[in-house]
Design a binder for this molecule. Structure first.
Ligand code: GLP
Length: 269
């Protein structure tokens, strides 16, 4: 896993946006971007919007798939992930609406819809880069503790902790949906790059478990340790409990020096 520890949330978001933009530019003709909700990626979306408005970053051919959606909330519900994505990202960029995919929490046959969602990802040749956050109990998307590490898109019952964590966005805890459609761990693991963002002291312990703890269904994010290319971009607070924090910083510095040397060599022939 590549780990970048940034000074604060703004720097974390900027670094993440640079990574996304670089991959987008590399794959101009076909880029499938997996997206996440929650408060963590909002800064990343703001920076990508800025890059679009000021630097012409082009989303016209980008295809997106969101990780998850609450069951029972319509797309115009203010707490639905559909609403979140349009408000925080899609309505500010030049994305073609037909290229946007978000699970439909109102689908009449949820299981059939989940199968269809998997098929749509496959039909688009898979996800190139998947943005991820981490839940308080170590989940990615809505893969709660105990989820099969090879699971596919399906309906999950949310844990009490997740319901409580997410109740801050609702008027009362009773209003928080108890089920969600989520990509599975197996689905996420097939993305070519996983970009995990983590910020704040509240996530420090769970992030350390995910990165340096044993691989376990108790912390489904720990499965990312086996992914061929996971890039974690985090702030200092979230990194506070990492055992190898100094080593990760050293690796980043050494990689920077190496890049500089290669560039200089290239320039000098
Ligand atoms: C929800 C989402 C996750 C997200 C998590 C953390 O559970 N399904 O994708 O990572 O919330 O949210 P936040 O970034 O607000 O801490």
């Amino acid at each position: 896993m590549e780990i970048y520890i940034k000074k604060n949330y703004e720097e974390m978001s900027r670094k993440a946006a640079e990574i996304v933009a670089e991959e987008m530019r590399k794959r101009k003709n076909h880029f499938v971007l997996g997206l996440a909700t929650g408060s963590t990626p909002i800064g990343l979306y703001k920076e990508l919007i800025r890059m679009h408005q000021e630097e012409g970053l082009d989303f016209s051919r980008v295809i997106t798939f969101n990780l998850d959606e609450y069951c029972g909330l319509s797309p115009d519900h203010e707490q639905s992930y559909h609403y979140f994505m349009f408000e925080n990202f899609f309505k500010h960029i030049n994305i073609d609406k037909k290229n946007i995919h978000i699970p439909d929490g109102m689908a009449r046959d949820l299981d059939a819809h989940c199968r269809e969602y998997e098929k749509m990802i496959a039909d688009n040749r898979g996800i190139d880069l998947q943005v991820l956050g981490i839940g308080g109990d170590g989940h990615i998307a809505f893969n709660e503790p105990g989820s099969s590490l090879s699971s596919r898109t399906r309906v999950k019952t949310l844990t009490q902790q997740t319901v409580e964590d997410n109740s801050r966005f609702f008027k009362t805890i009773e209003e928080v949906p108890k089920y969600a459609i989520t990509m599975g761990i197996g689905t996420i693991m097939e993305a070519k790059i996983c970009l995990l963002l983590v910020n704040g002291a509240k996530k420090a312990e769970v992030f350390a478990k995910a990165v340096e703890g044993p691989m376990t269904t108790e912390v489904t994010a720990s499965m990312l340790q086996t992914h061929p290319r996971t890039i974690a971009v985090v702030d200092e607070e979230a990194a506070a409990k990492l055992k190898r924090k100094d080593y990760y910083k050293h690796v980043e510095k050494m990689a920077g020096l190496l890049k500089k040397r290669v560039n200089e060599k290239g320039k000098n022939g």
